[in-house]
Design a protein around this ligand. Sequence first.
Ligand code: ZN
Length: 479
Amino acid sequence: MKEYELVVGMEIHAQLLTKTKFFCSCPSRFGDAPNTNTCPVCLSHPGTLPVINKAAIEKVIKAGVAFNCTINPVSIFARKNYFYPDLPKGYQISQYESPICSDGYFEILTKNGEMKKIRIRRIHLEEDAGKLMHENFRNSSLVDLNRAGTPLMEMVTEPDFSSSDEVHDFLTQLRRILRYLNVCDGNMEEGSLRCEPNISIRPPGTSELGVKVELKNINSFKAAKRGIEHEYRRQVLSLDMGEKLLQQTRGWDDNKGESFLMRVKEDAHDYRYFPDPDLLPLKVPQSLTDTVKASMEELPEARKRRLINDFGLQENDADVICSEKSYAAYFEETASQCGDSKMAANWFMGEILRVLKTESDLASFPIQPARLAALVRMIRNSSISGTIAKKVFEIMLTKSDSPENIVADHGLSVIGDDSAILQAVSEIITEFPDQVSQYVSGKDKVFGFIIGQAMRKMKGKADPAKLNQIMKNELEKRR
Ligand SMILES: [Zn+2]
């Protein structure tokens, strides 16, 4: 088997988070009853004319700035002509020769710890088509035009990826940025973020590009990775068997783990692009680009570095906490309010993420930062132990009371009474003679076990510092 190098370029479609569609004022919401968000413009009735949604332009400029693109002062909308039942006009309004953003780049951190630059050829604007539904309609298909005319940005990278891992890392970071900037919600299941890899292979060390295959129907980053790996193997196998590779569009079946042929060779000229006579060239004044730049939210990587510097977070924790803007905001608020960023991080990485697995949404999370900070403060001033704090946390998930009230109501305050602690210590010393004699004969490690038992006996309510001290004293007497 000969060796081949993998070459991948990416096309990414992201639905822009605008309230209304690109060229009319219909809502661009997902999930409404079919064909309720339509009007003569997006249904392409004769005599209607498109009017550009400024919010869509601002969102794509944001993305362009984040990916280091040139924001072009003039760009042109073009008609991409093709027939499909979900496209009432018979053409899609897109941008062809003159996109709004061009010549950008993005750096990804690769698995071997190096930064790799991925060049962004262009980001252009276009409208989405409607949606065909083929299921459950007695052998017929129905069309829903709610999505017709919603604004999309399409990003095209240069073929700079040389492994499926690099693509996966890029997509993860891209999605994170688009979500941070509120440009796209990044929901792949609902189709608001879609990606199509262009895959080819070539002998190592050569620079000429091989025949590319475009892969469609990818609905997760994992599927993108699997699809690219499968396509690489398929192409290598074809060449090894002496076959000639053809430029194709193939679909990806993630259940079967296979790609299948959709159509052979289609080029840009097949779409007969021409400037849309209904839309003037789009002028983006420098002042608009400057305004958008000035209002840019902090990007995830910058926030991560700041949290590491300002709060002393570990790299891994910072990575998880900054994976969502809402996570980072929650952590920052908790840490500032409780004054202990290490504890705030531990609680976030432990309890909050655990509960979020089932609740999923931090905005409606029952414990908001102020209450968690209050709980952390109680541990810090030794009003409760860590064990009790976890109990209080569980109660806080269903009760809106302050942690102070919950501790009082449930009798969970720490026991600092010497005689009560001494009582428990004596009992444990009697109950665990083996461990006690091990400790007495110099095996210090067993101390943790003995203390654990004593804390258990006191139902986690003993003042930890006092318990430690009294236990030490009692055990020393026997040495
Ligand atoms: Zn409309």
